[in-house]
Design a protein around this ligand. Structure first.
Ligand code: TYM
Length: 327
């Protein structure tokens, strides 16, 4: 059975980009692989966080994983900081990763641009992400397209380590959906949909109320002419909305095109809004039940124990190979 690992940062409301690009695939992969899904709080503190908000966001994200359909009986759900091996291997891999390759990460360049303060952690972040993945002998990593470069670096670090110290890590493959790997902003189809966008109209949060979703979709930018046609080059805004519609309704782009032939943007946007509202409704309902119960806390306690025992032997092997004196 394949081993799958992925993580999401608990840094505020998740968007339907996170959902369609990553979380939906987590749910689907849990039936065919041995999966670990992590709330990566150590990654979140690479930028300033309010401690109280971080605590809440971490628990809420775990609730959202389960609400979206991750079954804790099937997959291991846990908080990154509860398993100290992540921070430990993260440091060790910082000493395998090169300064130059970390400096080439486009996400670091984007996130550090025009910032007064950039932490060292933001720079070394991909080494911690490599540790998350490599600790569990992971074969597949379901992520959106923006994480592809980090996955390539993870593979390079693993290969470098294996080459220098002997076979230690499995080499992981990215699992990036062909459709939905990069959901774009509703206000600017040249920009990725992001929970950190300064304009809330650019994204739909997984927890947005139905009327908020309707309003955001009705205001979403469109392209010239009135035809609902999938054409990434000439109609990037409509193609993005069609992608969202197709993923929520499980329709192919051809089916979506046929469905809206001759209908124009108005009816398309109305149906799209209802598809998103309906798709998110059960997730939102379950989420609100979960955050009010102690089910999540139990899942996280057990998840941390399971994850810690799953990664122990790899960390021991790494330390031994590096030449650390055993205790
Ligand atoms: P994060 O928290 O930024 O995003 C979580 C997941 O959502 C995907 N995603 C998108 N997919 C499609 N369209 C979008 N607009 C969109 N926005 C975000 C991301 O690609 C990601 O899969 N570094 C990671 C977290 C991480 C991780 C890991 C992932 C830490 N360790 C180990 C995998 C394995 C991140 O910041 O994701």
């Amino acid at each position: 059975m394949k081993r799958v690992f992925s993580g999401i940062q608990p840094s505020g409301n998740l968007t339907i980009g996170n959902y369609l690009g990553a979380m939906k695939n987590f749910v689907h992969l849990q039936h065919e692989a041995d999966c670990l899904f992590c709330v990566v709080d150590l990654h979140a503190i690479t930028v300033p966080q309010s401690p109280e908000a971080l605590r809440q966001n971490s628990r809420n994200l775990a609730a959202l994983y389960i609400a979206a359909g991750i079954d804790p009986e099937k997959a291991t759900v846990f908080i990154q900081s509860h398993v100290t091996a992540h921070a430990e291997l993260g440091w060790l891999l910082q000493c395998i990763a090169y300064y130059g390759e970390l400096g080439r990460m486009t996400q670091f360049k984007d996130k550090s641009a025009q910032k007064d303060v950039v932490t060292a952690g933001l720079f070394t972040y991909p080494a911690l992400m490599a540790a998350d993945i490599l600790l569990y002998q992971t074969n597949l990593v379901p992520v959106g397209e923006d994480q592809k470069q980090h996955l390539e670096l993870t593979r390079d670090i693993a290969e470098r380590f294996n080459h220098r110290f002997g076979d230690t890590f499995a080499i992981p493959d990215p699992y990036i959906p062909q459709v939905g790997g990069r959901i774009m902003s509703l206000e600017n189809p040249a920009k990725k949909m992001s929970k950190s966008d300064e304009s809330a109209g650019a994204y739909i949060s997984m927890l947005d109320e139905p009327d908020v979703i309707r309003k955001k979709i009705s205001r979403a930018v469109t392209d010239s002419d009135r035809e609902v046609r999938y054409d990434l080059e000439n109609k990037p805004a409509i193609s993005n909305l069609m992608t969202i519609f197709g993923l929520f309704t499980e329709m192919s782009m051809d089916e979506v095109t046929q469905h809206f032939a001759g209908k124009g943007y108005g009816p398309f946007k109305k149906e799209l809004a209802e598809a998103v509202v309906e798709g998110l409704a059960p997730v939102q309902k379950r989420y609100h039940e979960l955050v009010a119960s102690d089910e999540v806390d139990q899942v996280l306690r057990l998840g941390a124990q399971k994850a810690a025992s799953m990664c122990e032997s790899t960390l021991v092997a790494v330390k031994d190979k590096l030449g650390f004196l055993p205790q």
